[in-house]
Design a protein around this ligand. Structure first.
Ligand SMILES: [Zn+2]
Length: 561
């Protein structure tokens, strides 16, 4: 699919082992010199960005956020310089014989290309994006005479049984869309302008190309996913709708988007009879994580030592994992509480941690010493996170669950609903963004609700004509990215099934669990970690699972229920 991706896995691994020499290639000298330039000039800037990012998120101090922005600007400026890019482009356009070197140049080329935007266009893009993000930060939903924060709106959508109240809060939360609509449309045109100057038909097409993806292929994969999830989703939603309608005392036909538990119906409404949190009230989540990752042969003690794991004033309330230097300094930021959410979140973040320079061999060159793609590392993290909803796994980890059968039933149902609902929501996001950049002057209000009705089976509020798409901040701040969450989930299921088949010899992969089995870690090491980014995400998926990325394993999780 990409013109320079024709080398084979076997060749790469041979090159990695250093048993072949390509020293007589004159172009190779220039390529090696460029890689050396990158490692000496750009690598320190990258490490500085990662350190500054960590500081800002752990302290929350204004000055640390300013340093983080400075560090990022220094890195961006270095990558944007025209002279090194010209040198890199000439090497990229040549024919390197050494596949490992060619792969490094390819990865570098895409990385530098992303920053080659005309400075005047870039400045206008940043100004619009910042102004919109600020508008999101200060926006408060106004209901009656009072203003409400985002979390207050969410609380009403989670708890209120009063349809009129729900409707007024939902509508107020969408109000930010109208405030940013004009600027967002300008931003889309500017992004398209930058893309056209770089030779792409629009911004979405360019972003996917920069991330080693192709819009046509991604859409094809989402069509396949649509086919496989349409019916199970409709059935799951019908059950949820019946419960919601009875809770609100209305008919199913009267349900509208404000009757779901979040503003976009991207999460499964909490309509279950059992609360998973009770099992974690007296549990040491870190102890379980340690025991689990130790048990599969991927210990994480060193990561925990460097991490910031509990709440502190000013600290980011979220969770993430970062590889500071691609030299093994890997850390997790979290705010652990004894509940199911943090059990699953810690399994997730530590999944990122094991798939990092901690385990990717030092023999892989710096440029390629990372995960193969964002969707692959998200996939690995999602694969481990699933176990917190399984009572048998918890028992293996020494956690007492009161009523394991009902825990498993509720856990499986929650997971199934969550995956189905999220997959339909991702369909809306991907298809909206594709159409938005392809034809920005169409009726976007209508397009949004057409997609929501088609994929999420929600009913458009009668007579509504508002820019509701513009109330989703990802459209502004993480454009052309959302599909990766879904592809990560497909990768997670496909990899889990491969482990179940090849390592556990299980004939029911969907329900397979493991805890004390070092062969799982050995499989991950060999088939996922060892290649680093020498393989792109398609090659890695094939290498690890024997098949290209597809939706079959994901869909198998819903069969039999
Ligand atoms: Zn993640």
């Amino acid at each position: 699919m990409f013109k320079r991706c024709s080398f084979r896995v076997g060749l790469l691994l041979v090159a990695l082992a250093g048993t072949r020499s390509f020293a007589d290639d004159p172009l190779a000298d220039r390529a090696r010199a460029f890689v050396k330039y990158h490692e000496s000039k750009i690598r320190p800037l990258e490490i500085a960005v990662n350190n500054a990012w960590w500081e800002a998120n752990t302290t929350g101090k204004e000055s640390d956020f300013a340093s983080k922005e400075d560090a990022q600007n220094r890195l961006d400026a270095a990558l944007a310089k025209s002279e090194p890019f010209a040198r890199l482009k000439a090497i990229y356009q040549g024919q390197l014989k050494d596949p490992l070197l060619a792969r490094q140049i390819e990865v570098l080329y895409l990385m530098y290309l992303e920053k080659q935007v005309d400075p005047s266009v870039l400045k206008r893009i940043s100004a619009r994006a910042n102004s919109i993000e600020k508008a999101f930060n200060v926006y408060r939903a106004k209901v009656g005479e009072r203003q409400y924060s985002d979390s207050e709106v969410r609380k009403v959508l989670l708890q209120s049984k009063d349809s009129a109240e729900r409707k007024s809060f939902w509508e107020a939360s969408k109000g930010v869309g109208a405030k940013v609509e004009r600027e967002l449309k300008e931003l889309v045109l500017l992004r398209n302008e930058a893309a056209r100057r770089a030779g792409f038909s629009d911004f979405h097409v360019m972003q996917l190309h920069l991330n080693e993806q192709n819009q046509k292929d991604v859409l094809k994969l989402f069509d396949e996913l649509d086919e496989l999830t349409r019916r199970p989703f409709a059935e799951a939603k019908a059950r949820i709708d019946a419960k919601l309608a009875s809770q609100y005392g209305i008919g199913v036909a009267e349900l509208r988007p404000w009757h779901y538990h979040d503003p976009f119906f991207q999460q499964a409404p909490a309509v279950y009879d059992i609360n998973l949190d009770a099992a974690f009230a007296k549990v040491d989540i870190l102890k379980i994580c340690r025991a689990f990752y130790d048990g599969i042969g991927l210990p994480i003690e060193d990561v925990l030592r460097r991490s910031s794991l509990y709440e502190q004033p000013g600290k980011s309330p979220h969770a993430f994992c970062t590889d500071i230097d691609r030299d093994g300094d890997v850390r997790v930021l979290a705010n652990i509480k004894p509940n199911e959410y943090w059990m699953s979140t810690m399994l997730h973040e530590l999944g990122h941690a094991v798939y990092s320079s901690k385990n990717i061999p030092q023999s892989v060159p710096y440029v390629l010493r990372s995960d193969s793609h964002i969707l692959a590392t998200e996939g690995v993290a999602m694969m481990f996170e699933r176990f917190s909803k399984n009572a048998d796994w918890l028992r293996q980890m020494g956690v007492r669950v009161e009523n394991p059968e009902s825990y498993n039933r509720a856990g499986a149902l929650m997971r199934r609903n969550q995956l189905l609902i999220f997959s339909r929501w991702c369909q809306v996001m991907l298809r909206f963004e594709v159409a938005l950049y392809r034809k920005p002057d169409q009726d976007l209000n209508k397009l949004w609700w057409d997609l929501v009705e088609r994929y999420q089976l929600l009913r458009r509020p009668e007579g509504r004509n508002a820019p509701d798409y513009a109330s989703k901040i990802h459209v502004v701040s993480a454009p052309a990215y959302y599909h990766n969450y879904m592809m990560g989930e497909l990768f997670a299921c496909q990899l889990h099934h491969a482990i179940a088949r090849k390592v556990l010899k299980s004939d029911n992969p969907s329900t397979a669990i493991y805890s004390r089995n070092k062969a799982v870690g050995a499989f991950m090491q060999k088939y996922v970690f060892d290649p680093g980014r020498t393989l792109d995400w398609q090659q890695l998926t094939k290498h690890a699972t024997g098949e290209p990325l597809n939706a079959k394993a994901f869909a198998a999780e819903f069969s039999g229920n």
